[in-house]
Design a protein around this ligand. Structure first.
Ligand code: ADE
Ligand code: ZN
Length: 333
């Protein structure tokens, strides 16, 4: 068993859903404050309760119901970043959805975004963690809503909203339905990623690459089922946002040792490590690191390289990367 230093520092996270990172106690408290009934989404220990991926999506959406104002998202952002910083994360890219932030109205979206960014500024000053946003339509809400989301993204693209992605039910519709939205976001200067190769097989990964022109893949791990596709991913330098704890918790793989992250890495794929929706999956970045160290003998040196590769794949600007590069060098010295 490889031991990594308990304070394993300076982690870079590229795949985190802002609402999916909401601590259950935070959502419960907000629902109580607002007298909102969000149904039986918690177990007897107060954790989120779901049976499979599709039930997870239902519980996820129920948990967003008390998040009704920019101020709520301000509080959420602070709570999420506090937990990430506690786990040694210095840079996070979070998926944020105009669907949950003002119902895709551009004026409302700007107010939500302002509140989230204010919280991010506080977290930067007080906790030394940097946040950037990836605007994300929800696939099972359909292509028409995704186009509205893309317009919100394009309106606010810049040095803070840096990317565009898509999450939600991978079995709903086809990724090519979202071509217009991705093209709109790309023309606005946003960098592209998409959830694929989680519940969809290699064909979903091919579609993300060929139809949407993504440079990163959310999960993407099922590419391992088609080695020619893996080679194409390597050749094109496409980066995988791998979330091992999420994949195991949702039953995609029976355990971390059966997870393909190490095999993908050994074949030359650029892999990164993230938590996806940490309280849902009882994980943190520190736990992900410890589990990977145990399962695959990844050591501190390996994690230092992983952080560097993750920063290279981040969607933020060059100045931010240079600053964070120094942070990584100091932390891993
Ligand atoms: N939204 C939040 N988590 C997700 C996941 N793991 N896959 C797809 N959509 C999501
Ligand atoms: Zn995700």
């Amino acid at each position: 068993m490889t031991r990594i230093s308990s304070t394993n520092p300076a982690k870079i996270e590229l795949h985190l859903h802002l609402e999916g990172a909401a601590p259950p106690a935070f959502i419960r408290g907000l629902a109580k404050e607002k007298h909102i009934d969000i149904g039986g989404i918690f177990d007897e220990d107060g954790n989120y309760k779901f049976t499979d991926f599709w039930d997870f999506l239902r519980v996820y959406e129920a948990a967003t119901l008390p998040l009704k104002s920019p101020q709520d998202f301000h509080r959420l952002t602070l709570a999420v970043l506090e937990e990430s910083a506690r786990n040694g994360v210095v840079y996070t890219e979070a998926f944020i959805s105009p669907d949950f932030c003002g119902g895709r109205d551009i004026g409302a979206w700007k107010e939500y975004l302002h509140a989230i960014r204010e919280a991010a500024d506080i977290a930067q000053a007080q906790m030394g963690i940097t946040l950037r946003g990836i605007v994300t339509p929800i696939r099972h809400f359909g292509a028409a809503k995704a186009r509205e989301t893309a317009r919100c993204a394009a309106e606010t693209a810049g040095d803070w909203v840096v990317g565009f992605g898509i999450g939600g039910d991978e079995k709903s519709g086809h990724l090519s339905d979202f071509k217009w939205s991705f093209e709109c976001a790309r023309e606005a200067g946003l960098r592209l990623t998409a959830h694929a190769g989680e519940w969809g097989g290699p064909e979903s990964v091919r579609s993300a690459i060929n139809d949407l022109n993504v440079e990163r893949l959310g999960h993407g791990v099922r590419a391992i089922e088609d080695l020619a596709l893996v080679d194409e991913i390597v050749e094109k330098g496409i980066v995988l946002e791998v979330c091992p704890g999420s994949n195991v918790a949702l039953g995609l793989y029976p355990g971390i040792r059966q997870h393909p992250i190490n095999a993908l890495h050994e074949r030359g794929v650029k892999v990164t490590v993230s938590t996806d929706d940490p309280p849902f999956f009882h994980t943190t970045m520190q736990k992900e690191y410890e589990n990977l160290a145990d399962a695959f003998d990844w050591d501190d040196g390996f994690f230092a390289q992983l952080a560097k590769a993750s920063l290279d794949a981040a969607f933020c600007d060059a100045d931010t990367k240079a600053r964070l590069q120094k942070t990584l060098e100091q932390a891993h010295a």
